[in-house]
Each structure stands twice: as C-alpha cells, then as structure tokens.
Ligand binder design. Structure first.
Ligand code: FAD
Length: 447
C-alpha cells in the first residue's frame, strides 16, 4: 500500500513499536486454529505494525493517530482467543495492551485493574486478602483481564456465577474511543454491556472494576465412573447441591481422558472422568456424594498440594480440546448450552445419536439460579458440511450452539448483534476502524 507508515511511526516514535515482520505476524494471531474452518479463513491475516502501549495516555495518542489517518486498530491482550477475535482482518495497527498491567486497587470483594493484568496475577494478589476472580478461563495463567472481557465468556467459577455477560459480573469500564477527537468514557452499571464481549470493536478498555468472589482453599479431585450417564448425573447433582462449595465440575466421556498424558498414571482403564474443584470445607460431604453415585475417587490434592503442581483446571474448559488436539489435530469442538433438565435427556440423546463422532465433554455452570450442562464436545472433523449438519441438528433439537467456527460477533452467539453494542460503535468509532470485519452489522452507511 502507499500509506506513509514512516511518518505515522515518527509521530509515535517514543512508544514501543514493533515492525519486525515475523514478530508482527506472531502478534497478529491467536488460537483460531482450533477451528478447521477459521484455519483456512485467517491464516494469512497480519497487521502492519504492533504498538505496545503502557498507559492510557499512550492509548489515546495511538487512537488519535489512527482516527486522524484512517488506520484500522485491533486491540490485543495475550492473543489466546479461539475465534480470531484479535486477528486484524484489514491490517493496520495491532495495539498490544499486555504491558498495561497495573493492579490499581484491591478492596474486599472488588478490584480495579488495567486491562493487561493477567488473571492469575490478580488472583495471586487478591487471595491473601481472602478474595479471587469470580470466574477465570482455563488460560488464566496467560490471558489478560481486558482480553477475557473483550472476547471470553466464562470458565472455572461459572458453576457459581454464570457467564461474564450476566448482570453483576462487571461493574465499570474506562474506554478510549476512536472519535475524530478520541476521549476516555467511563461506563458503569448496565452501560458496561455496550462493550462487554464486543471483541474490541467499539472501544479500547483501559481500566476495569470487577467484583470478586470469596477465595476458598480449593481441593482438586478426579472421580471415574462406570458409564457416561452416571458421570453426567454426578455433575448435575454436585451442581445442584448448593451446600457443597465448588468451583469446577468437568465431565469427560471416553476416550477423552486418554488424551490427558500427564494424568494417565492416576487413571486405570478407559472410564468416564469427572474433574472437580471443591472447597476443603466441603470435602467430607462431597465424598458421600461420590460414594452414593458409585464413583471411584482416583486423585485428590489439597489446595496447598494443588498450588505446587499442574492444576486440573488446565485439563478443563477449552484445555480439554487443547490436550485432545495435541494427540489428534483433526479434532475440533463445539460450544453448547443444553436446556435446563435434571435428567439431561438432550445430553444423552446427543451422546447416543453421534457416538464417537462427537465425544461428550460437559462443564456445569449456574445460569439464572439453575445448574445447566454446557457442552464443549469434541468433534471428529471431516468436512465443513458435516460440521454444519452437526450444529444444525443440535439447534433443531433445542440445544443452543455458540459457534466457535466463525469470527463475527453475530454468527457466534445469538445470530444478531446486541443493538446496544452497534449503537455504541456508531458513536465511538464512526469510521469503523476498530477491529474491522468482526461486527458484521456495522457498515459505513449505517446512520
Ligand atoms: P485476546 O485473545 O488478546 O483478545 C480477545 C478479544 O478481546 C479480542 O477481540 C481483542 O480485540 C479484545 N480485547 C483485548 N483487550 C482488549 C481491551 N483492552 N479493550 C477492548 N477489547 C480488547 N475462554 C473462556 O472464556 N473460557 C475458557 O475456559 C477458555 N479456555 C481456553 C482454553 C484454551 C486452550 C484456549 C487457547 C483458549 C481458551 N479460551 C477460553 C479463550 C481465551 O483464552 C480467553 O477468552 C481469554 O480470556 C482471552 O484473553 P486474551 O488476553 O488472550 O485476549
């Protein structure tokens, strides 16, 4: 292109700017390759340069330069998203905020942070005070808080607090706009939903106010079962047991446990597996439930022991897919919300209907007060048409699919963009420069 990058760079020369091509290419990618569909669509996408901003004032200067010169700007945290959320489709600037990582303030039950703070780093500071994040993705050691809000949904802890998009899980944001004269806007209360999970398409988050959860000493346990139906029922009953304090209920049908290389020495035979995190205070009564359901407790670590080695959390959520794909890269996955049903009838129907083509992986979550089975099923991928047929079948039967094989906001979730997010983009990014192509409903002609 003929764009005058030299003068663009010269005006921001005191900032950390990366122009080295291999580095820029690396910082233009995420974990989109979990999807064979996205692999073909996104492999060649790359930004023109990366700017690593360290303060809100630097972010404002970058926003101003991009707005004035019509340069696309795509925000990046740690780049661990799965749908190409931070991949720049139209080049331009990749704004890396991983170094904007100060914890601004901690108070009982509340944290104020910059977006580049890693989830695990916040928990390290908050736990000694008796608090921790309400939910974290299984990538908590690498992912940033800004990226989790921008592109994530839930994880360990969702069995208590639901998803990030549920009211109450995010208190306030500071956001830099891409107006002709960029400014900082503070959003509080329901107004945060304008930017929550918007893939950085309508504002650059520069600070967050998050509610915290009480930090219990989380014991980590593995329980195997004779059949999948019992393992799934165990997950539902543990989720429904309000008095048992837990953080993770992950159920993997065979052959998924075989993909967990480092856990093999604890597992005998090919049996459905539950990975759970339970407060030490609840362990005695948790074990009663295991006995009642005929489970075999094959692994138990106290919170202290678990903090020293690998956490079972890193086998749950989309880490299950990661381990499976490291053994068989032809595997991909689905994201499903099953309707509330204590008997899990639709889960069992899908299990029987697809058999080994869609190995069952459930994460139990709490939505609107109900224990719900969310599926992160593996899929033995063959063709795009077959993958679509599997998705269609789920939706026809009443399971809600959050499609991880698309990079647009609309196609991933509810099939329409949140009108609040679209309206916010019209005002805050009138030229459509923020992460272009990800909000399909926006177009330059939209009034
Ligand atoms: P990035 O990938 O860098 O960014 C994500 C999106 O947010 C992008 O659209 C980006 O533009 C936008 N963004 C980043 N920073 C800002 C900002 N400051 N302002 C505005 N927009 C911004 N996700 C889950 O929700 N739960 C899981 O359990 C989970 N498990 C995973 C397991 C594996 C193995 C992998 C590879 C991914 C998993 N993910 C999961 C997806 C991802 O790791 C998380 O969502 C993570 O929180 C993203 O954080 P990040 O810093 O890497 O964000």
């Amino acid at each position: 292109t003929t764009f005058a990058w030299d003068s663009f760079i010269a005006a921001l020369a005191d900032l950390e700017i990366i122009t080295d091509r291999p580095q820029v290419a690396k910082l233009s990618q995420d974990y989109y390759h979990f999807s064979p569909i996205l692999q073909t669509q996104l492999a060649d996408k790359v930004g023109d340069l990366v700017i690593r901003a360290k303060t809100e004032a630097e972010v404002l200067r970058v926003a101003q330069a991009c707005s004035q010169q019509g340069v696309p700007l795509t925000v990046r945290g740690a780049g661990s998203g799965n749908y190409g959320q931070c991949i720049p489709l139209e080049g331009g600037v990749v704004l890396d905020l991983s170094a904007m990582n100060r914890i601004l303030r901690l108070q009982p039950g509340m944290a104020w942070v910059e977006p580049g703070v890693k989830l695990a780093a916040l928990d390290r500071e908050a736990r000694p005070l008796g608090w921790e994040l309400r939910m974290v993705p299984s990538t908590y050691r690498t992912a940033t808080i800004g990226g989790f809000i921008g592109g994530g949904s839930g994880g360990l802890g969702s069995i208590n607090y639901g998803f990030l998009s549920d009211r109450g899980n995010l208190c306030a944001l500071r956001v830099v706009t891409l107006e002709p004269e960029p400014r900082v806007v503070e959003l509080r209360g329901d107004a945060v939903q304008q930017v929550n999970h918007a893939y950085g398409t309508n504002g650059i988050i520069t600070a967050l106010e998050l509610p915290l959860a009480p930090a219990y000493p989380w014991a980590e346990l593995m329980v195997t079962f004779g059949d999948f139906a019992t393992a799934a029922q165990f997950g539902q009953r543990l989720g429904d047991a309000d008095g048992l304090i837990k953080k993770l209920i992950c159920i993997c049908d065979r052959p998924i446990p075989q993909y967990f290389a480092a856990l093999q020495r604890y597992l005998s035979g090919d049996r459905p597996l539950a990975l759970v995190m339970v407060a030490e205070q609840s362990l005695e009564l948790f074990k009663e439930l295991v006995r009642e359901m005929g489970g075999d407790l094959c692994y138990e670590k106290s919170a202290f022991e678990a903090s020293k080695g690998i956490s079972l959390g890193e086998y749950s959520w989309n880490h299950t897919t990661l381990h499976a794909r490291s053994v068989d890269p032809s595997l991909t996955y689905l994201q499903t919300i099953f309707p509330h049903d204590r008997d899990l009838a639709l889960v069992h129907h899908m299990h029987q209907h697809f058999g080994d083509e869609v190995p069952m992986h459930l994460e139990f979550i709490r939505l609107q007060g109900l224990t719900i089975a969310a599926g992160l099923q593996l899929v033995r991928y063959t063709t795009p048409e077959r993958l679509q047929a599997i998705i269609d079948y789920h939706e026809d039967q009443g399971a809600l699919i959050f499609n991880p094989h698309t990079y647009t906001l609309e196609d991933a979730g509810r099939k329409t963009v949140d009108p609040r997010q679209l309206a916010f983009k019209r005002t805050m990014d009138p030229q459509g420069l923020l992460n272009p192509g990800k909000m399909r409903s926006w177009s330059p002609s939209t009034p």
